[in-house]
Design a protein. Sequence first.
Lengths: 602, 238
Amino acid sequence: MTQHHQFDAIIVGAGGAGLMAALHASKLAKVAVISKLYPTRSHTGTAQGGIAAALGNMEEDHWEWHMYDTVKGGDYLVDQDAAEILARDAIDAIIELEHMGLPFDRTPEGRIEQRRFGGHTANYGERAVMRSCKSADRTGHMILQTLYQNCVKQQVTFFDEYFVVDLLFNNAVGGRVCCGVVAMHIDSGEMHVFHAKAVLLASGGFGRMFKITSNAHSLTGDPVAAAFRRGLPLEDMEFFQFHPTGIYRMGILLSEAARGEGGVFINGLGERFMERYAPNLKDLASRDVASRSMYLEIKAGRGINGKDYVYLDIRPESINKYKSAPGGRTVTAEELEAKLPDIIEMMRVYQGVEPMKEPVPIQPTAHYAMGGLPTDNDGRVRADAGDGLVPGLFAAGECACVSVHGANRLGTNSLVDLVVFGRRGGKAMAEFCQQASFAALPANPEAEAVAELERIRTKTGQEKAARLRDEMQNIMMDNVSVFRDEPLMRVALDKVRELKRRFQQVQIDDKGKRFNTDLLETFELGCLLDLAEVTTVSALNRTESRGGHSREDFPKRDDVNWLKHTFTSIAQPSGAGLTQGEMAVTYRPVVITKFQPKERTY
Amino acid sequence: MKISLKIKRFNPESDQKAHWETYALEVEPADRLLDALHQVKWYQDGTLALRRSCAHGICGSDNMRINGHNLLACKTLMRDVVKEGGTVTVEPMLGLPVIKDLIVDMEPFFAHYRSVMPYFINDEPLPADGRERLQSPEARERFDQGTKCILCAGCTTSCPSFWSNGNYVGPAAIVQAHRFIFDDRDRAAEDRLEVLNEQFGVWRCRTVFNCTEACPRGIPVTQLIGEIKQALTTGKLD
């Protein structure tokens, strides 16, 4: 028996963006938050470095400088009106978080403490600036906890451990309208239909397409795939960020904060190689620049012992030798332990190295999706590359593409994206609900979702989901990551399409109804395969290098032909199952207001 | 190294009772227990049910009993729990109803969490300059320990007092309350202390120290509970 619920607004995902949207939307509308995890398990909680805002508590700072850094950091693909909103609203958003109780670190005067971070500068690129507001090296954890605490205080309605399988649309005259979601209650296995005036997707990224990733196992982009399967376009999917400092082989992230406190990259010859690639900011250059530099060193045979990794060196004697700490001051092991406790612990636990005495092996790790569901500046999802919107559908956070990060995201800009655009999306959605009425649900709203899940549950075949997932993750990491070229990406695209065909023959072990994680992991794999195909198609399509999309066959940025966003969609919606057939790419111009594109050097 | 994983299995749809199943595996010494569990799930027996997400000790999803101790599976290295040819025993946390295999019902745990008003309360006017409330670094440091809690339930489900009576609010809820009671910006310390002064509040703590041992974040849980007891006894917050 399918249970039906009715709410004004449904939010899918309980990370920073979803919870911020919930806090604001629930003041005006009847809201429910659906999450496939308990909210405090969301990946926002793992963000380490900080949240950027031009508060100017430590030194002079202005939102215009933050806006510039964001636009340049995004390699000029950023919609500059969105970047202005991010930089301006950031200040207010951090203050709102503090008023909600967030325990920021403090200066001796009692103000919120800020530190330097990669790509954030004073006076339009002159020198590094202290803009990142922080709480030790667990800022994301504090934000997630504080937002959840306030949701408990405000008695927000939660549906914890419900897995959203499908989005519902009413194909009304004049264009379709979003009218709800279908979700499985994971514990009981029962299907639930949520009828709503509006849905806001805040489901995070999808780094599990790649073998080495900082992303949680749960980050499989299911609602993004659901929207795509229903025929909606995804924007800028070719832009995926590979963070330079992932723990070698494991992908676990070591925050840029380590470099903010003075850590440096060292190659197999013992050189601080970033001096060559980014003479001004050196190890604090933007992430894509750092990842590419590391990759080039490794390719030139200058990895450690000629292997496929370099070192991150945070030993006090190295920092002091290079004078790389803030202000060139001398640091001690004690200070570093106090400022970077979690990162240092991870190095000890997972690497078995003592970072105060030895350098740490690191490699680029798939970290952040700059692309996703295209939205306007208030989180309304776009129906096409023109001005069409999907009434009743909103998105915020990593799963959305406003685009505020363009071709590459600066560190500490994600947390601020979540709170600024989560708030805007929540408010815009609540206002929408005041005007809108409920659009009728389609007949048998859960039928397609149930059919696909039952197909997976009951199928007998010779394929195993885990093996298909390994093959997908390997080919994406090898052929569609830090460096790309046409032949390799073609191989990857063929492989992903082959895996999608083989997916139809997957047989799972668990045939039960309750808490069937075998079934759900297989469904998640299907979502990742669709997203991997979109990513590869978009990457093949863009014949230039920009930000996180770097091609050995088109190594230069080409503003003449490519200063535009890509919108990729399927010709034929596929319901709740994998997409089939060709994908089409259309384009939308980049919004340029204050900063004309220039060559991007650090 | 070649090892065995002995896992306590329970399928609510077909089992009357839990039972043990043993799996043979090959692991690297630096692999995490979560990696070993995934090896079983992905390549041997897909019915194995467990919660996990971030895989590096932050989200708190995968606390479970490993060789009899509450640990996060993703933070436990194989070399620390087993030698070549040995067996690791893996079971769900105690004190909360088992739903399936290593998955327990977290609702009672979160109900206790909500009962201590685990959120910031200050209804005084906001600063006139529109900026942050001020707080000294020392005042910030005072309640830092409690801010680290990831609600993994390792402490509460390692507590014999909680095992004997699940109405006890439990160490985790007390830690969450402590975080606000000792935050000098908050104004509801009295209300939370009142909640904890109840029959199943802080006085169920018998200073066993299992909670402190179990905490994967290194929070001195017993000490924080002691500070609450002291506040209730002396009527003063230090």
